[in-house]
Design a protein around this ligand. Structure first.
Ligand code: PLP
Length: 469
């Protein structure tokens, strides 16, 4: 414990704000940061140090250290809060890390629309007001086979808008096996009630038969809702009616079959070894309305697509809520450009980053891991290893499926400046944060989710940290 006398002495050594302002390094900073901000930061640092002295947590006060603290804090104030990070976790659609990464191919186009005027709601041919949804309507129709389509902010909004537009005050029939919660407290039963519908559950968690739906149909029925349980799987003694049978039943009763697909998949990934998932096209054929996310397997910006029968989409378009859920021009530009990549099936898995990462050949991943490992192996102070591991698709898609990958394991050698835990934190807190797994007291980097240039960033950052420490 530091005695009272020393503490008093340290407090007296603490410079005033004006003393600090007169220091040469700070003089330079005044020009770049402005004196108001600088004074604020100096004050914050001095207050923090004073508190540390009073709490007996500090044995010295040195002006170089104070300066370093001030300059550090200034630098971090200049940083944006929302910024790019390096995803070394191997989770392709990492919801906390922004889900889908857009293709660099479309960057230029999105930039142009973002920083210029555009024909967002202007029909150039007709020289009059146009509809923002028309920029993606034809593409969505071509790709999904739907008669019509619109987009809103996200899939949660899409489901809500559809229910609010089509089933007001009537019953929505849904299997008890599909009453799911999708991250961030989006719960299907609540959404149905919020959308003005009445929940009519049928069947059981594991088994729901066509007869269960049949028995629940009445004058009160407003819609049959099918929810793709994308983020969990019931295995074993299970049953669901086929989508064809369900659609026939809905047709007979003249109520819409609404299908919330969650992750919108337009191409069959089973030839890459993934489990078979329903495709959007098939669901459009066997349903009246389908909804899906833009930033899950589709690999585009955050939107919710509503595709289906023209008469129903017209009804949805008339809903006042649509205005509150509408997407902006940047999103539409990114969506149109992403959808265009799907027009060429031969190249789409190479050009849409989400699909590219999911379908990368394991041999290529091993080679990339070896390359990164050999670069890192040159750094003194690190023990580098390669180990087999698995990546996750994430975003609630393919919940129980893991794709084989090769991990680069990084372990600081004994006697070095940082432990594995500290190194993980330093990487995470850098100017370009590097996020990786920390397991068995070593850092694990999955090369699957590294983007172009990320390898160099990792090597440079680790080099810098080891030389600083
Ligand atoms: C992800 C998901 C949603 C929510 O979609 P967002 O685009 O995240 O709003 C809704 N339903 C299902 C089945 C989902 O998987």
């Amino acid at each position: 414990m530091i005695d009272k006398k020393t503490r008093q002495k340290l407090l007296r050594k603490l410079p005033s704000v004006n003393d600090v302002l007169r220091m040469a390094k700070v003089q330079e900073q005044i020009i770049t940061s402005g004196s108001v901000e600088l004074k604020l930061v100096i004050n914050q640092v001095l207050t923090m140090v004073r508190e540390q002295i009073l709490a007996g947590e500090r044995e010295t006060v040195q002006s170089e250290e104070l300066l370093a603290l001030i300059l550090d804090r200034l630098a971090s104030r200049e940083q944006y809060s929302l910024r790019r990070v390096v995803n070394g976790t191997g989770v392709v659609l990492h919801t906390n890390l922004g889900r889908a990464v857009l293709s660099r191919e479309i960057q230029e186009h999105v930039n142009q629309v973002m920083c210029a005027y555009s024909n967002l709601e202007y029909s150039l041919a007709e020289k009059q007001r146009g509809l923002r949804y028309d920029h993606v309507r034809q593409l969505l129709r071509t790709l999904t086979g739907a008669e019509d389509a619109i987009v809103v902010n996200n899939n949660a909004a899409a489901v809500m808008l559809v229910l609010d537009s089509l089933v007001q005050n009537r019953e929505v029939i849904i299997s008890r096996g599909e009453l799911v919660e999708i991250g961030g407290s989006f719960r299907i039963p609540e959404i149905i009630t919020k959308g003005g519908g009445k929940l009519r559950e049928v069947g059981t968690t594991n088994k729901t038969h066509l007869a269960d739906y049949q028995a629940a149909m009445s004058e009160e029925t407003g819609a049959i809702l099918k929810v793709h349980t994308s983020n969990y799987r019931i295995v074993g003694f299970t049953e669901r009616p086929s989508i064809e049978d369900l659609y026939q039943l809905a047709n007979q009763a003249e109520v819409p079959l609404i299908n919330d697909l969650g992750s919108g998949l337009l191409i069959d990934l089973s030839k890459y070894g993934l489990p078979r998932e329903p495709l959007i096209q098939g669901s459009v054929k066997n349903g009246d309305i389908v909804t899906f996310s833009g930033d899950k397997l589709l690999g585009g910006p955050q939107v919710g697509v509503i595709a289906g029968k023209r008469s129903l989409i017209e009804q949805i378009k008339k809903n006042q809520l649509l205005r509150a859920l509408r997407v902006d021009k940047v999103t539409l530009a990114a969506l149109e450009a992403t959808l265009k990549l799907y027009l060429n099936p031969a190249t789409v898995t190479k050009k849409v980053p989400t699909l590219r990462m999911i379908t990368t050949d394991p041999k290529e991943l091993t080679q990339r891991a070896q390359r990164l490992a050999s670069q890192l192996g040159n750094l003194p102070g690190l023990a580098i290893d390669l180990l087999p591991g698995t990546s996750q698709i994430g975003g609630g898609a393919f919940p129980d499926y893991r794709i084989p990958t090769t991990l680069v394991a990084v372990k600081p050698k004994k006697g070095g400046p940082y432990s594995s835990t500290q190194l993980e934190e330093k990487l995470r807190m850098g100017a370009v944060p590097i996020i990786c797994r920390l397991e068995h007291d070593e850092l694990q980097i999955d090369v699957r989710t590294l983007q172009r240039g990320d390898d160099d960033l990792i090597v440079k950052r680790l080099e810098q940290l080891l030389s600083l420490g």
